[in-house]
Ligand binder design. Structure first.
Ligand code: NAP
Length: 322
C-alpha cells in the first residue's frame, strides 16, 4: 500500500526522516479490522514523531497519521478513532496509562489502508464530505473535549484561543462559536487573526496583547510562548485547558504565584473518547459546521503538506486523498 512513514528522526530537520512510498498491507489481529481509507489528515503530532518526540526510534519504520476516514470490510463508511486502549481496558480510553495513538505503536492513517480495533469505528455522517470527515478524529476531537468536557464554560462565556490558524485552534473557534461561546483568538499574524474572525471568532488580538476584559477559560496549545498571557488573561477561578506546547513546554515563567493567588484551574486534555468523537460528528452536522480545510493534497504528495505545517503556513487542516 502507499503510505507516508517515518524512517528516521531529527529534531531540527523533521522532513529528512519522511518517506512516501510502498509499505506492506496491514494484517488485522483478533477483533481488529482493515479500513480502506478515502482520506486522511495531518496533525502536528506527525511532525513531533519525525522530530523524535513520542515515537521511540526502535519502532521505526512507522506509518504516520492519526486522522482517517474510509470504508470498513462490511462496506460501512466510517471515521477511525485513533486512541487505542490496552487489551481489557474498561472506561475512558484516554485515561488508560498504556493507551497509544495510531502511529505510536501501531501503523497510522497516512496510508491507503489502516488496521484498527473494530470498537474504534464511528459511523461517518452522510452529510460530511470525505475531506471534512478526515478532519475530526484528532484536532477536532481534542478541541471538543477541551471546550465541552474540560473548560467548565457555558454559552455566553468567553474563551481565549491561542495560535488562531492551527488545526486545533480553528476547530476551537468553529465549535465554540457554534455553541454560543464568545471566542477571542490570538495570533502572531494579523491576517490569520482576521481569518479566525471570518470563521466565527468574536475578536482577534496580537500575541501577548492586553485584553479588554478577563476571560473564563483559555485554550492553550502553543505552550511556552503564550503561557504567561494565558495566566494573565484569566478571571479569578478561571480555567486553562492545555493540550499542546508547540513552541516548547518550559515557559520562562511558570507563574505559580498567579495560579494559586487567582485560584486558577490548569487542566490537561488529550484527544477524546470514541463516544465524544461520535457526539462531535453529530454536533458538526446538526450545527452545519464545515471544518476549515487548508489544502487537499494527493497522499503521494504528502511531503508538500508536511512542509506547509513545519513552516507554520497552515490555516485549518491539511487533508490527503488516497
Ligand atoms: N493532546 C492532544 O491530544 C493533542 C491533539 C492535537 C494536537 N495537540 C498538540 O497541539 C498543538 C497544535 O496542534 P495542531 O495540529 O493544531 O498544529 P498546527 O496546525 O501546526 O498549529 C500550530 C499553531 O500554533 C501557533 N504557534 C506555533 N508556534 C508558535 C509560537 N512560537 N508562538 C505563538 N504561536 C505559535 C501557530 O498559530 P499562529 O500562526 O496563528 O500564531 C500555529 O497555527 C501541537 O503541539 C500538537 O502536538 C495535542
Amino acid at each position: 500500500m502507499l503510505a507516508a512513514y517515518a524512517v528516521s528522526q531529527s529534531a531540527d530537520d523533521p522532513l529528512s526522516g519522511l518517506e512516501v512510498g510502498e509499505r506492506p498491507d496491514p494484517e488485522p489481529r483478533d477483533g481488529w479490522v482493515v479500513v480502506d481509507l478515502k482520506t486522511c489528515a495531518l496533525n502536528h503530532h506527525d511532525v513531533w514523531s519525525l522530530r523524535g518526540v513520542g515515537l521511540p526510534a526502535d519502532r521505526l519504520p512507522m506509518v504516520l497519521g492519526c486522522d482517517g476516514a474510509g470504508v470498513d470490510p462490511d462496506g460501512n463508511e466510517v471515521l477511525v478513532h485513533a486512541v487505542v486502549p490496552s487489551d481489557g481496558w474498561q472506561g475512558d480510553e484516554t485515561l488508560d496509562p498504556r493507551r497509544t495513538l495510531l502511529s505510536e505503536l501501531h501503523d497510522g492513517t497516512l496510508a491507503t489502508k489502516v488496521a484498527v480495533p473494530r470498537a474504534n469505528l464511528v459511523p461517518k455522517p452522510a452529510e460530511l464530505s470525505w475531506e471534512q470527515a478526515a478532519c475530526l478524529p484528532t484536532a477536532w476531537l481534542t478541541a471538543y473535549r477541551m471546550l465541552f468536557t474540560n473548560a467548565g464554560v457555558q454559552p455566553g462565556g468567553t474563551v481565549l484561543v491561542h495560535g488562531a490558524a492551527g488545526g486545533v485552534a480553528t476547530a476551537l473557534v468553529q465549535l465554540g462559536s457554534a455553541a454560543g461561546l464568545r471566542v477571542w483568538v490570538t495570533s502572531r499574524d494579523e491576517a490569520k487573526g482576521e481569518q479566525a474572525v471570518a470563521l466565527g471568532a468574536d475578536r482577534a488580538f496580537g500575541s501577548g496583547e492586553r485584553l479588554p476584559e478577563r476571560v473564563d477559560a483559555v485554550m492553550e496549545t502553543v505552550g511556552a510562548a503564550t503561557w504567561s498571557h494565558s495566566v494573565n488573561s484569566l478571571r479569578p477561578g478561571g480555567t486553562i485547558v492545555i493540550s499542546g506546547a508547540t513552541s516548547g513546554d518550559a515557559p520562562a515563567k511558570a507563574e505559580l504565584t498567579k495560579i494559586f493567588f487567582k485560584q486558577l484551574r490548569v487542566v490537561g486534555s488529550t484527544m477524546g473518547t470514541r463516544d465524544e468523537l461520535q457526539r462531535l460528528a453529530s454536533f458538526v452536522v446538526a450545527s452545519g459546521i464545515e471544518p476549515l480545510v487548508d489544502s487537499v493534497v494527493p497522499l503521494a504528495n504528502a511531503r508538500e503538506g508536511f512542509a506547509r505545517m513545519v513552516e507554520g503556513q497552515v490555516t485549518g487542516k491539511v487533508v490527503f486523498t488516497t
